[in-house]
Design a protein around this ligand. Sequence first.
Ligand SMILES: CC(=O)SCCNC(=O)CCNC(=O)[C@H](O)C(C)(C)COP(=O)(O)OP(=O)(O)OC[C@H]1O[C@@H](n2cnc3c(N)ncnc32)[C@H](O)[C@@H]1OP(=O)(O)O
Ligand SMILES: CC(C)C(=O)C(=O)O
Ligand SMILES: [Mg+2]
Length: 500
Amino acid sequence: MRIIKIFDTTLRDGEQSPGASMNVDEKIQVAKQLVKLGVDIIEAGFPFASPGDFEAVKRIANEVRGAIIAGLARAKEDDIKRAYEALKDAPRKRIHTFHSTSDIHLKYQFRVSREEALKRSVEMVKLARTLVEDVEFSPMDATRTEVSYLLDVVEAVIEAGASTVNIPDTVGYITPTEFGELIRTIKERIGDRAVISVHCHNDLGLAVANSLAAIINGAGQVECTINGIGERAGNCAMEEVVMALKTRRDFYNADTNINTREIIRTSRLITRITGMAVQPNKAIVGANAFAHESGIHQDGLLKEKMTYEIIRPEDIGLQKTELVLGKHSGRHAFKTRLQELGYDLSQEEIDTAFKKFKHLADQKKYIFNEDLEALVSEEVSKTPEIYSLVDLSITSGINVKPTAALKLKINDNIAEKMEHGDGPVDAVYKAIAAITQTKSNLLKFEVKSITGGTDALGEVMVSLEEDGHTVRGHGADTDIIVAAAKAYINALNKLAAKKR
Ligand SMILES: CC(=O)SCCNC(=O)CCNC(=O)[C@H](O)C(C)(C)COP(=O)(O)OP(=O)(O)OC[C@H]1O[C@@H](n2cnc3c(N)ncnc32)[C@H](O)[C@@H]1OP(=O)(O)O
Ligand SMILES: CC(C)C(=O)C(=O)O
Ligand SMILES: [Mg+2]
């Protein structure tokens, strides 16, 4: 089994994401977490870029142990010396220097010939080698470079002392089959004289696929970032490439030194520090990556996890798979959740509660445990229904007299009434009292939102008294006025039962 080295560049390329700048203390915190995660190399920054970056690399080189610490430097003497200054106290250090090789870059940005670029690259690798043993060279924009020239540069920098040659897809241009072929060509040329590294950008959403294609064809190091952050559309996401190798070891016959149980913690740390949220459907670390909502999948998972899950959530440091109850869920998941909440209901009770749940899920995006509890307690504490709500419409607002038009079923008859009130609830309660011809006293009226959000389920509790009988009524609905009506009617049914 081959071990692929993980070169983490969250602190360098990751920080190049607009808005992702981290201060020195935050960088130290990230570097320490990267060591816990088990990365082989931490690219701590670009020391020449700013005093802050220099300081961060220097402190990481001094304080963080357990990984090779790398610093980036242009193919310029001052950059390389500055990188060395920052790195020198690290027991294991690497200077990573780079120079473009594509004609587009050489002609328009660098304004130098291919020969000049090759000469500078060789000279700077040699300079770096006088300072440290471990030198990595990147031919920037390698994937848009003529292959024969790229091979010449790769050969020359290895000859000059680079022990790692990183092939960057700087602008995220290449696709997996081509990249695999390119890496195979380089591997055939250089054999084991240097480690081939890859550094893929995600402009076409192919950074992970390209990195995997490179691994199959001989790459021994992958450069990546946590959550895939980085310049423009980002870099190869570490958690994805690592979990792809771990999950498909059968195919790749390769793995990494990453302690995958630290993945989620590291991802959340980066989100917290950079303020860059992870999209919910992001592979491995997205909030939905281990959440299942649909009934057929939930049923399969409850029977055997392997049916719909290729990664165990514990393997990335999550506690467990989440079965999210929503409009696509089925009875198996519903019943399991109720059991987890401590309810032991008959099949009939479950069936009735399930129908209500489906109705609620059509109105509400997220169903929380508290929603279920409210729904089930309505079901369990059921009293024979003399009165039931058929229809209700309300008019209220500024400069409008609150009015309720109510339709109730009383035994088997339908009765309707319209009433005005001081507010919509008052109007509804007057209409209910008028239709039912009851004279109870409202002792208490409590309203609360069971869950957060404007689509939350509202719960109303009322206490009614009549002829010495006191009862509590309960109603829940996403419409708080309907919940109030339900609570009043529920209490009237209880009063009627008590009187009987
Ligand atoms: C693909 C990548 O991710 S590469 C890394 C990108 N990261 C960064 O650029 C972040 C840090 N950068 C910086 O802070 C600044 O760009 C600095 C400090 C490095 C340089 O700043 P300045 O001196 O003001 O130059 P500026 O950034 O405007 O232009 C870059 C110069 O470096 C040259 N250059 C770019 N890359 C290299 C290289 N690998 N080797 C040698 N020279 C290079 C450019 O040709 C240009 O040179 P010119 O001034 O002679 O035209
Ligand atoms: C510095 C190099 C490796 C880089 O980030 C790129 O080419 O994308
Ligand atoms: Mg990059």
